[in-house]
Every structure is written in C-alpha cells, then in structure tokens.
Design a protein around this ligand. Structure first.
Ligand code: GLU
Length: 452
C-alpha cells in the first residue's frame, strides 16, 4: 500500500480511538505509539486485513470500577475508587499489576493495561494483559490502615479474579506488604489457596528473585543493546530516576556488571553521587523505602558525596546509559535533547511509558539505542509468570534457576525486537520491534479464536 494511504489509515484509526476515549491522554499516547508502527505492518499481511485486530485490542474486554470504603485510624470513613481493566485474554488469563497512587484514574490504568498486553506477549509466556489499582495513597498511612484498605479493595476484586481468569500483582504503591493483605482477604472470602496473585512472600508461594526481577531484567536487556555496538557496562556512567523497587534492582545489577550509578530521584528532586551508589548505599535505599520514605534528599543527608538538586530530574547529568525508572512521562523532549547533547549512548526504559512521544521520536531520529518499557521492563511480569508456573507445579525453583530463566527470556525479547525492528540502515528501532513482535502473537490467537 502507498505511504499516503497508510498515513491516512493511521490518522483515521487514531481519530476513532480519540473519539471513543475522550479525556484519556495517557491511553491515547500508548495507542498512538503502537498504531504508527503496527498499522504499516498489518498492511503487509493479507490475513490481518479487515480483521480490526488493533481496534479490538484497543477496547478492553471488561472494565470493573468499584467503591472502596474503609475506616481510617481516627475512625473516619474514607472512600476510594477501585479499578480492574481486563484488557485482553487471547493468549492467557489477564495478568498485570495493581497500582495504588493518587494519580490513578481510568486513563492511566487503560494505558498500563494496553501496554501490558504487548509486554506479556513479548515474554513468550501464556499471559493476557490487565491492570488495576486505586487512587488510594499508601504514603503516610499506618500498617493497619493499609491492611483495612487492601481488605476492602479485595472484597470486591475477588469476585472478578482467579488463577485461571485474572492474576494481579504489584506496581507502584503495591509491594510485598500489600500483596500479603490482598492474598489473605482473597483466601478468606473464596476459601481457596491458589496462585491468584504474584509477588507473594516466600513463605506462601512467592518466587525467589521476584523483587529484583524487573530491575535485573532491564539491565540484562540493556546489556544486549550495548552488545550490538560492541560495548558493555564496565566503566560506564549510569543515571537512574526513581528509587522504588525497579530502580533498586537496576542499580544493584548495573553496579554488579561494573557500571557506576550516579543518580536516583524522588518526588522531591534528584541526588548526584559522584562516587557512585554501590555497596551499603544500595542497602540504605531499601531501608529508606521500607520505612515508607521516598525522599531522595535523605540519601544526600546520609552520604556527603551526594549533592541534592531540589525539584529537578536527573536527565541533565552526563551519562553513557540512562534508566528512567520512576513513572509515566517523566522524560520529555528537553530531557531527551540534554541526554543526546551529553553523548548518552543508550536509554533503556525501566518504568512504564516514562518517555513522551516527542522524546521517543528524538531518540529514534538521533539513532540513540532506545528501548520502550514494554520490552525492557518485561522481566518483572515474566518472573510473575515463572511464579505462576511454580505455583501450578507446587514446586519452588532456586534463585539461580529463576535468574537463568529471566535472563534467557530477556535475551529472547531483545532478539524479537531486533528481528522485527531492524531498519534498512541496520539501526534497531526497538519501539517498532517490540510493538510488532508483541502484536503478532496476540493477533494470531485472536484470529484463531474468531470474533469474540
Ligand atoms: N506491574 C508490573 C508491570 O508493569 C508487573 C506486573 C505483574 O507482575 O503481573 O509489568
């Protein structure tokens, strides 16, 4: 098909999705990024033509929105909103995390669920895509408040999920503590001990390596990207944003492979540590997080080698490799320009959709190695898939075994991105590669299953 017709098709498709989903900017952003790469591909495949595969994928199979009333420590009634987006079950049960954060709304969760469909497909494991969450903010809440909230949330959610239907996990604001409370309530109401959630504690069916998996997977992926230009992590300067679970895993693994990580960030600003964040400093990050603190400034107070930059993001710091590991749209066009100007070789997304569309296009135009989160952060959900397998066979694998499988999966995703994303000049467009490779498996399953 001529380029003109394809561009028109893309525009028409986006206009249709926009009209159906007004006031959902994050969801539209995620769909646009996929549409511009996948629609030209669909045009080359006769059997996909007219099957409305992408249009079907952009419409959730089911969305559940529910009231979550709970009582705080003062005895006051609080009301939050709960969501579960069951996006696509063509290749397996819905699978994806739960996010508790005040910014959670329908648009944010739909973008995350849409991305999850492609990400889960890339892992090669049999998992469909979903996402859930609430506008509840765990920051500053007592343990008992968090527990009561989780119980109230699960009292409704348990009617819609199950090990063969929908398997939630953690995301921002949902870690081991929350998963424990959610699991306890599910078990009590349904009277079933099943692998209905992943990211569980080791004592009740969790998998070794799951806490580190997202960050480790991101670094394994970046290692493959660097390899394509004959480089590795030894002696590289690395910048990281965020300092949640994902950032922690990235810092641990990148440091182990010989890189020097010089930044982390929180909602208050970022710190630059010229000596590198390694050894006991990494443990201190975990300590800060587990005490419910997400202020980067506290790190600078403890370690005098670190400077604190209030209210800023770390993207103007000179680096070889950057890992945006905080949240959506944390890296814009200006940040992308600064990174390229400073000679950054590789940007590997660790969060979900941290770069704006303009920033992505800038990286691609400048032939920077750039990978989208749906490919590079898929190690988290892949290890969730491995947790599901261990639960099904009622066995636990060793750390070495899980880590080896994780690495193998990340190498496989990298290869799939290369196979579908290589441009004529040899440059690998990982955005195109991830979108097409993720799309193909879901599309094939949908075609085989008819119009359902
Ligand atoms: N929330 C993570 C993600 O964005 C993990 C999901 C899961 O383990 O199901 O992929």
């Amino acid at each position: 098909m001529e380029q003109y017709n394809i561009d028109q098709k893309i525009q028409e498709f986006i206009a249709k999705i926009e009209a159906k989903n007004p006031n959902e900017p994050e969801f539209l952003q995620a769909v646009k990024e996929v549409a511009v790469t996948v629609i030209p591909f669909i045009a080359t495949k006769k059997e996909y033509n007219g099957m409305k595969l992408l249009e079907r994928m952009a419409e959730a199979e089911r969305i559940i929105i529910f009231r979550v009333p709970w009582v705080d420590d003062k005895g006051e009634i609080q009301v939050n909103r709960g969501f579960r987006i069951q996006m696509n079950s063509a290749i397996g049960p819905y699978k994806g995390g739960i996010r508790f954060h005040p910014t959670v709304n329908l648009s944010v969760l739909k973008f995350l669920a849409f991305e999850q469909v492609f990400k889960n497909s890339l892992t090669t494991l049999p998992m469909g895509g979903g996402k859930g969450g609430s506008d509840f903010d765990p920051q500053g809440k007592s343990d008992m408040e968090v527990m009561r909230f989780c119980q109230a949330f699960m009292t409704e959610l348990c009617k819609h999920i199950g090990p063969e239907t929908d398997v939630p996990a953690g995301d921002i604001g949902v870690g081991a503590r929350e998963i424990g409370y959610l699991f306890g309530q599910y078990k009590k109401i349904r009277n079933e001990f099943t692998g209905v959630l992943t990211g569980k504690g080791l004592a009740y069916g969790g998998s070794l390596i799951r806490p580190e998996a997202t960050g480790y997977g991101v670094v394994y992926f970046a290692e493959q990207m660097l390899k394509t230009i004959g480089q590795d992590f030894k002696g590289k300067t690395v910048t990281v944003s965020g300092f949640g679970n994902v950032a922690w895993g990235v810092i641990k693994k990148a440091t182990e492979l010989g890189a020097k990580v010089v930044t982390i960030s929180g909602p208050d600003g970022y710190i630059y540590d010229k000596d590198g964040i390694s050894g006991e400093k990494i443990d201190y990050l975990l300590e800060l997080r587990s005490s419910g603190n997400n202020r980067a400034e506290d790190y600078a107070k403890k370690y005098p080698s670190a400077e604190f930059h209030a209210g800023k993001r770390p993207w103007d710091v000179k680096c070889d490799v950057a890992f945006p590991s905080a949240t959506q749209n944390e890296l814009d066009l200006d940040d992308a320009r600064k990174l390229v100007e400073n000679g950054c070789l590789c940007v590997t997304e660790a969060a979900n959709m941290p770069s704006t569309l303009d920033a992505i296009n800038y990286f691609l135009d400048n032939k920077v190695l750039f990978s989208p989160g749906k490919a590079s952060n898929a190690g988290g959900v892949a290890t969730s898939g491995l947790e599901m397998t261990q639960n099904s066979i009622r066995l636990n694998w060793t750390s070495e075994e899980v880590d080896a499988r994780l690495k193998e999966i990340m190498i496989g995703i990298h290869k799939a991105c290369r196979d579908y994303g290589k441009d004529e000049d040899g440059y690998v467009n990982y955005v195109k590669g991830a979108n097409i490779a993720g799309f193909v498996k879901v599309a094939e399953a949908m075609l085989a299953q008819g119009v359902v």
